[in-house]
Ligand binder design. Structure first.
Ligand code: ADP
Ligand code: MG
Length: 282
């Protein structure tokens, strides 16, 4: 496995360093795959090419995502920022194979979502992607421990016990494992959901407003954990959020307005994110 630079506080991470490892410029658009194959490079964790998603028909059409081309680097924490209704969740769902784009393409690693059949999509979502949602989405009838190991159990894979122990210790939920979700606080439920997303070490974790239902202390705990999953364990994370303070944990922030990509920021702070949001008039 390639050595990983340890990222401290999101500093010193830029477009150049994200791809500089490979020592080659990134060619966007349709030439990208050929370029990668020629160079023997690994593709980004996920990407979208001219992705558009429209809802409705006739005069009531909503362009939720409007021709977005974007890449999400491996072993990096990327935030997708934008006001409510700007298309953040729709973009994430299309890339993760939870929704179907109207046009354009989406990839997880080298796999094109649109070329997978239902079984392929199910496998991809189960084996290569982890999800963290605002509403936790834990299974109410299972204990916390059973919720964490669910992805492994569904896939018929052995649970890496050392990794399980490490996750629950780091998340501070070791003494809550026999409880059901209804017996846990929101912060504890979201930490269980984070452990579930990481247990099978997926290629990429999508988090959609993971702190949207949490108070500031529980939010900080979840965000610090996601940060450490990238910095210390080489995870790749894409987090949708509308909170500048949450986005500041990322290495890179991309901004969406009215379904279109309108800017990006490297090594963000809450202040620079806020400033960028103001400039974009959102
Ligand atoms: P965000 O996550 O940034 O708040 P969404 O991706 O949820 O934004 O929504 C983008 C736009 O698409 C909004 O105008 C929303 O109302 C619309 N939209 C989202 N999902 C649907 C749907 N299933 N049917 C119709 N319109 C939708
Ligand atoms: Mg949303």
């Amino acid at each position: 496995m390639a050595s990983r630079d340890r990222i401290v506080g999101g500093a010193d991470v830029g477009e150049a360093s994200a791809d500089g490892r490979r020592g080659q410029p990134v060619v966007r658009g349709d030439g990208y795959e050929m370029n990668q194959i020629d160079q023997g490079q690994s593709p980004p964790a996920a990407r979208a090419v001219e992705l558009t998603k429209m809802y409705g028909s006739g005069g009531a059409v909503v362009r939720a995502v409007d021709g977005v081309t974007v890449e999400f680097a491996r072993e990096r924490f990327t935030a997708v920022m934008g006001p409510s209704g700007s298309g953040k969740s729709t973009l994430m769902h299309c890339i993760a194979g939870l929704d179907t784009p109207t046009s354009g393409r989406a990839f997880i690693g080298d796999r094109e979502i649109g070329r997978l059949d239902d079984a392929g999509l199910t496998d991809l979502r189960r084996d290569r992607i982890g999800f963290v949602f605002q509403s936790f989405n834990l299974v109410p009838t299972l204990t916390a421990a059973e919720n964490i190991t669910l992805p492994c159990d569904l896939a018929g894979r052995k649970v890496d016990r050392a990794w399980f122990e490490q996750l629950v210790a780091q998340l501070g939920v070791a003494d809550r494992l026999s409880h059901r979700p209804s017996e846990l606080s929101g912060g504890q439920q979201q930490r269980i959901a984070c452990a579930r997303a990481l247990i099978s070490r997926p290629e990429l974790i999508f988090a959609d407003e993971p702190t949207g239902s949490l108070d500031s202390r529980a939010s900080a705990e979840v965000l610090a954990f996601l940060r450490s999953a990238v910095s210390d364990h080489g995870q790749s994370i894409v987090m949708v959020t509308h909170e500048p303070r949450a986005a500041a944990y990322a290495d890179r922030v991309v901004f969406l307005t009215d379904g279109a990509l309108v800017g990006e920021l490297l090594s963000p702070t809450a202040d620079t994110v806020l400033e960028q949001m103001r400039k974009l008039g959102s």
